[in-house]
Design a protein around this ligand. Structure first.
Ligand SMILES: *Cc1c(COP(=O)(O)O)cnc(C)c1O
Length: 431
């Protein structure tokens, strides 16, 4: 659910009119709803209240410092995948002691920094990595907390680029042989075996793969608990969101109206599905949601520049491109397109909405039936809060968009639009 809705003929985020935001701050612009983020965090936290648990928000989904600060205030921990993300968490007031460090390629600098800051645990993805962490910790005269990421070899049934839990993916240590890996790691002098982790993929919309993975891996967690006294079992993130229909699914009534067998997975169903197996372990249960927390708490606003009627198609050219939001080009991600001016009727026009970038893949939809909007009007690409701004680039020498955090009737710029001077400064300095 989320706080985007029409009011007085104009799309609003909470109490803020997005037409005004687009007029004042320009486009493209990312806009996030603070109360939607809080609501998602609290619903998950409440659903897990029955067990010793921790929420490790996956920073890579949206790492704006003000978004992180909001989650620090909610009591969240963080799952990070780089030294840069750890620095962000610390700058936002977060505690490294509540952070887990994921990723297949941690460098010496990152390991040293995380150890200096007192990271809760490294979630390692190979025995080679654990051996290196052991070496670095030894040189620093400390003991490093580590867990292995196990690859449970279950099919997450999601897009192949965001599926991570099959043996052919690069992630984690094979399920077969993981106990031997723990056994060898237990003899290393500078590491402490702290937990077990898995993460099978992203944007999962059914319960079954989660349950399959949890049921497969829980006996392993129990065996590691008795052998090495591990204290946590992290089941990763991956809970999907509703991309279509984005606007309607913001309301509780939409969820209530869905037939049970077609209803998208809710966070409460997810927790209810996995918790009975997990609570028997007596381990601290960690979850690492990214998209679920921020995905439909954000939109990207863009303005239509031109309509171009070709012989085969009608193109609406907008001022945002794949450099601002790459999900459609990268993994066929879908973003519903909603005009900021509420459509007066149900009439639809078939169009391609495309950006200004010199790439054929630079489109936000193709042959889509959309409510009408004209050049000069702004639209929202819905559900852009996760893996949106964080993947933006300067391709075509375009500045990064402005980010705005809405909280009630307050709209605050939490990252100004990047200027051309910003982009050019370091190159001009050496010219
Ligand atoms: C990306 C990632 C997550 C978050 O995934 P979502 O699908 O956004 O919930 C969690 N854990 C790890 C290790 C990740 O790499």
């Amino acid at each position: 659910m989320h706080s985007f809705h029409y009011q007085n003929g104009s799309l609003h985020c909470e109490e803020v009119d997005l037409n005004q935001v687009a007029d004042v701050h320009g486009t493209p612009a990312y806009v996030y709803s603070a109360n939607t983020i809080r609501d998602h965090y609290r619903r998950l936290d409440q659903a897990m209240a029955g067990v010793n648990h921790g929420i490790e928000y996956a920073v890579k989904a949206n790492s704006n410092l003000s978004v992180l600060k909001l989650l620090v205030e909610e009591g969240s921990g963080f799952d990070i995948v780089s030294g840069g993300e750890l620095r962000r968490v610390i700058e936002a007031g977060g505690d490294a002691g509540k952070c887990t460090f994921a990723g297949v390629g941690k460098t010496r600098e990152e390991i040293e920094y995380a150890l200096q800051q007192g990271i809760y645990c490294f979630n390692a993805e190979s025995e080679e990595e654990v051996a290196f962490i052991n070496q670095v910790a030894g040189e620093m005269g400390v003991k490093a907390p580590v867990a292995f990421r196990v690859n449970p070899n279950v099919d997450a049934k999601t897009h192949k680029y965001i599926s991570t839990g099959k043996s052919e993916n690069k992630f984690g240590v094979d399920f077969v042989g993981i106990e031997a890996a723990y056994d060898r790691a237990a003899s290393l002098p500078h590491v402490t075996l702290k937990g077990l982790q898995m993460h099978i993929g992203s944007q999962l919309t059914s319960l079954q793969p989660f349950v399959e993975a949890v049921e497969k891996v829980t006996p392993l967690a129990l065996s590691l608990k008795s052998a090495y006294g591990i204290e946590f079992f992290s089941i990763g993130g991956g809970v999907g969101i509703v991309y279509d229909p984005a606007l309607e699914s913001g309301k509780p009534e939409w969820w209530a109206a869905q037939e049970e067998e077609h209803k998208p997975l809710t966070i409460e169903q997810y927790v209810a599905g996995v918790l009975p197996t997990l609570e028997k372990t007596g381990l601290k249960i960690l979850v690492e949601p990214g998209r679920y927390i921020v995905g439909n708490a954000g939109v990207m606003l863009t303005r239509c520049l031109y309509e171009k009627k070709g012989s085969a198609k009608t193109f609406r050219i907008v001022d945002a491109g794949m450099n601002d939001l790459i999900r459609p080009a990268l993994y066929q991600g879908h973003h519903d397109i909603v005009p900021l001016n509420e459509p007066r009727d149900a009439a639809m026009t078939q169009v391609d909405v495309v950006g200004p970038i010199c790439e054929t893949g630079d489109f936000f939809c193709q042959n889509a039936d959309l409510p009408d909007f004209s050049p000069g009007e702004a639209i929202a690409l819905m559900s852009a809060g996760a893996y949106g701004f964080v993947m933006a680039s300067n391709y075509n020498s375009r500045g990064l968009p402005v980010e705005i955090l809405v909280d009630g009737s307050d709209a605050k710029v939490v990252r100004p639009r990047q200027s051309l001077d910003d982009i050019l400064a370091s190159e001009k300095a050496v010219l």
